[in-house]
Design a protein around this ligand. Structure first.
Ligand SMILES: Nc1ncnc2c1ncn2[C@@H]1O[C@H](COP(=O)(O)OP(=O)(O)OP(=O)(O)O)[C@@H](O)[C@H]1O
Length: 251
C-alpha cells in the first residue's frame, strides 16, 4: 500500500491539567476521505489545529507527504499542499466570485505577483478562474459579488479557491455547518465529485454526510481514538454506539 498522505503518531496535547489530545494516531491514505467525528468537546478542533500547524502538540509526530512537519507553522504546511477550507475563510466579500478565485490563483504563486487589478485583467487568469468556478457549479455566478452569494455558494467558492492551489490534502472543517437541507445536499454532491481526486480529512457533525462521504471514520472520545474503521464497522461498534452515535437518532 502506498504511504499515507498524512500520518499522526501518538499526538498529545494538554491545556493545563486537561488532556485534550491523548495519544492520537491516525493516517489519511491517498485518495481517501477520512472523517473525524466525536461528541462535542471530544477534541476535534484542537486536533485539526495541530494538523494545520496552528497549535503545536506537546509530543508526538506529524508527517505530511513523507516529511516531518511537526515543527512547521500554518503557512509552511499550506505551501506543502495542506489546504484548510471553511473555518478560516479567505473570501473577500466585495470581490466577485471570479476575482476571488483569480486572487487565489495569483496567491498560489505560479504568476508574477503585482497589483491586483491589472493582474485580474489578464485573460488567461480569467479563463483559469472561470474553469475553476465551473468545476464547483458556480459558472453562472462568476460576476456576482461574494457577499451576495448564498451560504452554500460561498462554500463552493471557498472550495474552488482551495482547489486552484492544487492541494495534496483538504482539511474540511465542518462543511455542513449553517447550510440548509438543499444547500447541504449540493455541497455533499460537490464533495462526492472530488472524491478520489484529492484526499480529504473531514470534520463534520452531520452523520448523513459523514456516512455518505467517508471511506474510513475515526471516532474521537475524550481526546482518544475510540475506533478507526470503515463506516459499517464504526456504525456497529458498541463503544461508539454507546458513547456517541446513540446521541444521533438519525444513525
Ligand atoms: N485553548 C484552550 N484552553 C483550555 N481548554 C481548551 C482550549 N481549547 C479547547 N479546550 C478544551 O478542550 C476540550 C476539547 O475542545 P475542542 O474544541 O477541541 O473539542 P471539539 O471536539 O472540537 O468540540 P466541538 O465539537 O464542540 O467543536 C474542551 O473541553 C475544551 O473546553
Amino acid at each position: 500500500m502506498s504511504a499515507p498522505v498524512l500520518a499522526l503518531d501518538n499526538i498529545e496535547k494538554s491545556f493545563g491539567a486537561l488532556r485534550v489530545t491523548q495519544g492520537v494516531s491516525l493516517d489519511v491514505r491517498p485518495g481517501e476521505v477520512h472523517a473525524l467525528i466525536g461528541p462535542n468537546g471530544a477534541g476535534k478542533t484542537t486536533l485539526v489545529a495541530q494538523i494545520a500547524g496552528a497549535l503545536r502538540p506537546d509530543s508526538g509526530r506529524i508527517r505530511f507527504r513523507d516529511r516531518d512537519v511537526t515543527g512547521l507553522g500554518v503557512a509552511a504546511r499550506a505551501r506543502l499542499g495542506l489546504g484548510r477550507v471553511f473555518q478560516l475563510s479567505n473570501v473577500v466579500g466585495t470581490f466577485t466570485a471570479l476575482e476571488n478565485v483569480a486572487v487565489a490563483i495569483v496567491a498560489a504563486g505560479d504568476r508574477p505577483f503585482g497589483p491586483w487589478q491589472p493582474a485580474l485583467r489578464d485573460p488567461a487568469l480569467g479563463d483559469e478562474a472561470a474553469a475553476a468556478l465551473a468545476r464547483v457549479g458556480l459558472a453562472d455566478r462568476a460576476e456576482t459579488r461574494a457577499s451576495d452569494l448564498s451560504h452554500g455558494e460561498r462554500r463552493a467558492l471557498e472550495l474552488a479557491m482551495s482547489l486552484v492551489q492544487d492541494p495534496k490534502l483538504l482539511l474540511l472543517d465542518e462543511p455542513m455547518a449553517g447550510t440548509g437541507r438543499a444547500e447541504g445536499e449540493r455541497l455533499t454532491e460537490l464533495l462526492l465529485s472530488l472524491k478520489g481526486r484529492v484526499p480529504m480529512l473531514l470534520v463534520e457533525h452531520d452523520m448523513g454526510t459523514v456516512f455518505r462521504l467517508a471511506d474510513r471514520i475515526t471516532v474521537l472520545i475524550y481526546g482518544s481514538v475510540a475506533v478507526t474503521g470503515a463506516p459499517d464497522a464504526v456504525r456497529a461498534d458498541p463503544v461508539v454506539r454507546k458513547a456517541y452515535l446513540g446521541e444521533e437518532e438519525a444513525v
